[in-house]
Design a protein around this ligand. Sequence first.
Ligand code: 4AD
Ligand code: MG
Length: 437
Amino acid sequence: MHRKYSNELCPEMDGQEVRVAGWVEDVRKLGSIAFIILRDREGRLQVTAIKKEMGKERFTELITLPRESVVEIKGKLQKSAEARMGFEILPTEFKVLSKAEVPLPLGVVDKVNAELDTRLDNRFIDLRKDEVRAIFKVKSLVCAGIRNYLLGNGFVEVHTPKIVFAGAEGGATLFEVEYFGRKAFLAQSPQLYKQTLMATGLDRIFEIAPAFRAEPSDTVRHLSEFISLDVELAYINTSEDVMQVLENLVAATIEYVVKNGEKELKLLNCEVRVPKVPFRKIPHRECLEILKSMGWHGGVDIDTEGEKLLGEYIMQNYGEEFLFITEFPTELKRGTFYAMRKDENPELTGYFDLDYRGQELTSGGQREHRYEKLKTQMLENNLKLEAFEPYLKAFRYGMPPHGGFGLGVDRFVQKMLNLTNIREAVLFPRDRLRVTP
Ligand code: 4AD
Ligand code: MG
């Protein structure tokens, strides 16, 4: 007999023999009868144990099981007006698959909210809560929506190495690893590889994979390991072509989640809005003016507070949640050695950030594909060209113009679901202080 999930059973199956399994969420004892709430992936079931039917010993064994023990139960489904689901299971046989220790390190049905750290320390139990699991079902839908859109638009999914020869996003956040007596690094982003692939004929690619950054500060939006969606496309004219792919992708992905994640979004009490394309674009210099008029006291770099204010600005003035900050000044992108500067004004790049609800979600733009210019920009950053030779080589034998972006998938989920901390959108988050569980 096949095991059934709770949502596969209904009162109309009255009288049928069924087999179910799950965690003992709660036991209510009323003398010679007891109600056991059994929880599985899909929901809850009521198992009604009757001493007279089961025999004293088996009855006692079942109803004294500690909470969160795992049992398999065979029994008869019986229609019942009193049971929450309109039916109950009368056990004829049961098997204890795993007995839980007492006390639990974290409650599943407790009313009091545990601290995030306690929850993360006991993540396997934390994930037994429906609303916590729902976050990861949404995350799965986000990835499915991304793939659905990109594969449908001529992009090829690739996998680039995570143990690499050089960093691409600045030395400060590089994790070094010992690699058979040599020095290697954990990939901060697939940047060098996705650009290299533009010289191959795989001219529209994407990757969804972990990226590693030794982020020195503890914030609610940075982790030392995160999931990056990277997209790269060749034969573009300007950064505008990249922004177009990005906005269509983001809108299509949100639409996919809204369509397929109705149950999860309801459980999480989230109203997710499908944005209209094209997204609003405001050049970086104009953003600074807007911020000054709002009393912001930053310099040229738009910080967390600035992003938040801009998010409020576009929400209040236009009712929008997405904003492209375009034409980043070269001054701010100098460290991004691969960013193309404008030929007509080298003080500006075509680089952009896409902000979602007042937080950076994506950075991207057109890359410098001209070998000599790229080399000059790298030298400006004091990079040793020999160390980057495997990358540079790809620019000497026919490299089409190209561009792309990196989008933080965990951040996307965080903002979509209004989660205070990015860690809530990651099963087992990694940060400066946490490498377990
Ligand atoms: O802005 P970043 O650093 O850009 C790049 O990695 C470029 N290679 C992208 C490109 O193609 N030009 O990272 C891209 C995105 C950020 O906007 C953010 O959403 C996310 O990745 N991200 C992080 N998410 C969580 N924790 C961290 N430490 C993150 N660092 C970046
Ligand atoms: Mg960025």
